[in-house]
Design a protein around this ligand. Structure first.
Ligand code: NAD
Ligand code: 6OD
Length: 496
């Protein structure tokens, strides 16, 4: 039977996706294929920017800083960003199908999370930039006349935005929007796996009249390719990067020579703590979401679930039953779980399933690849998997897997649970499930992470700090933290 699979949005179909440089769409001599993880079909080819094209993009961005863009007031810039948000909403069907074509994610998720958050990012940072509080200090001087200090916020300059493939549009716009709101110009590089929603964003930027060179888009790979050329470029002032921790280290090394400002949102190995006093059904539903959303490919996903002993067996049994019942399928089939991003990533996740067995874990469900008997067998689907019985120092408990999988283990005391959660080289997010208000606050603040959710997961207010500690990142974005990273504050001292 032929199942409906991903379709390419009309404006992009049949084309080689171009880069956008200085307001010009550029199709390069070198290109690569964009393959659907739903059925292995080539959706389009993509122009790969070499070092010379990256240089053109950076130079265009530098010139644009001195052009009309640099003379806009914050209010004028933010009005333009609101138009970007509106246009994304008007073209949301195109964006949804572009995101699905690249990732195979479910229609429900692309419609309710990825694309609306892209528009929300532009709106939120337009508002935040308009509302940035002024800073002013009066001081005394020996002659008694005094002086007034006030802070002006200048753009940092040319910002490189490098994004991953898991929430492509959400994560690209999460950095592009505040960078532009602060008056910078941007050279953005989406993941080679997910070029399409970024290509549509480039169209939208042109449609609403963002001046040439303000938003440039280059496609390509990381090492020895577009990404590396961009982060090494001497005229890039700052790098906002989301991706793997190992890539973060490589980028730091590349950026070191020209001492660029860095903001890194990196990997995670997040813990969920389920206390016996939690609302059982809410904790179960929340943990299902935190483990399996986006096929486990969210940096905030819980890969380690610790459950208090009195409810451990019951919780594990219920979780396993629910995981077994998850419907795996293509984006338009009403499935709960789409494919992983690629066959290559599936091989990595499957290698952890094999490792879990070798490390004496018990796989309670999943552990393999589903068989459909149709073209989806050429995709990158994988079974949701729950593991128990691993030692705390097993590699499957320590390393980020980034798939629909978790290890579930019991604990007996609150202090022990906190210790288990914090015994990680990562420190991105935690979820705490309890009905005790005291415990909620006590445990939440002991978590060595950038964000702890109590009785929920991935509930986002864009004004709040977002980022990780340890291997999970450097710095914070979100709200005023983004504005701080994307601006250079300068003090002006006026003798009165
Ligand atoms: P990745 O690090 O492989 O790639 C991310 C981006 O970096 C891509 O655009 C890639 O082309 C580019 N890149 C790779 N090597 C580079 C180099 N040497 N120089 C310059 N650019 C380079 O990550 P991924 O596989 O796309 O995404 C999954 C990872 O991202 C997971 O580890 C996940 O936890 C992490 N992530 C973190 C957050 C967060 O907010 N902390 C959010 C999403 C994803
Ligand atoms: O919600 C956000 O702002 C954000 N940066 C989410 C990151 C999700 C990681 O995959």
């Amino acid at each position: 039977m032929l199942m409906p699979t991903a379709s390419y949005p009309y404006p992009l179909s049949g084309t080689q996706l171009p880069c956008l440089i200085d307001g010009e769409l550029i199709r390069s001599a070198r290109s690569f294929e964009n393959v659907s993880p739903v059925d292995g079909r080539v959706m389009c080819t993509v122009s790969e920017a070499d070092a010379a094209l990256v240089d053109r993009a950076v130079q265009a961005a530098r010139r644009a800083l001195r052009g009309p863009w640099g003379r806009l007031s914050t209010a004028e810039r933010c009005a333009l960003l609101r138009k970007v948000a509106e246009r994304i909403e008007e073209r949301s069907a195109d964006f949804v199908s572009a995101e699905i074509a690249d990732t195979g994610k479910t229609l429900q998720q692309a419609r309710s999370l990825d694309i609306p958050r892209g528009a929300a990012n532009f709106r939120a940072f337009a508002e935040l930039a308009m509302g940035r509080p002024a800073e002013c200090f009066e001081m005394g001087t020996p002659d008694g006349r005094g002086a007034l200090n006030y802070t002006v916020h200048k753009p940092v300059g040319v910002v490189a935005v490098i994004a991953p493939w898991n929430l492509p549009f959400l994560l690209l716009t999460w950095k592009v929007a505040p960078a532009l709101a602060c008056g910078n110009t941007v050279v953005a590089k989406p993941s080679e796996e997910t070029p399409s929603s970024a290509a549509l964003l480039a169209e939208v930027m042109q449609e609403v009249g963002v001046p040439p060179g303000v938003f440039n888009l280059v496609h390509g790979f990381g090492p020895d390719s577009t990404g590396e050329a961009l982060v090494r470029h001497a005229d890039v002032n700052a790098i906002a990067f989301t991706g793997e921790s190992a890539t973060g280290s490589a980028i730091m090394r590349s950026a070191a020579d020209s001492v660029k400002a860095l903001s890194f949102e990196l990997g995670g190995k997040n813990a969920a703590l389920v206390f016996a006093d939690a609302d059982f059904d809410a904790a179960l539903a929340g943990t299902m979401r935190s483990v399996f959303s986006n096929c486990g490919q969210v940096c905030l996903c819980s890969e380690r679930v610790y459950v208090e002993r009195p409810i451990f067996e019951r919780f594990l049994e219920a979780l396993t039953q629910r995981a077994r019942a998850l419907k795996i399928g293509g984006p338009y089939e009403g499935a709960d779980l789409g494919p992983l991003i690629s066959r290559r990533h599936r091989d990595k996740v499957l290698s952890y399933y094999a490792l879990a067995r070798a490390e004496h874990g018990e796989l309670l469900c999943g552990g393999g690849v589903p068989s459909f008997g149709d073209q989806r067998d050429r995709g990158a689907f994988i079974e949701p998997t729950i593991i128990r019985g691993l030692a705390e120092d097993a590699r499957c408990v320590k390393e980020e897997i980034f798939g629909p999988v978790c290890h579930v283990a019991p604990f007996d005391a609150e202090e022990e649970a906190v210790g288990l959660a914090n015994d990680s080289r990562y420190g991105l997010a935690a979820a705490v499930w309890t009905s005790s208000l005291q415990r909620a606050h006590r445990v939440a603040r002991q978590m060595e992470v950038g964000i702890t959710w109590v009785n929920d997961w991935f509930l986002r207010d864009l004004r709040t700090p977002f980022g990780g500690v340890k291997l999970s990142g450097i710095g914070r974005e979100g709200g005023m933290h983004s504005l701080a990273f994307f601006s250079e504050p300068m003090n002006i001292c006026v003798k009165l």
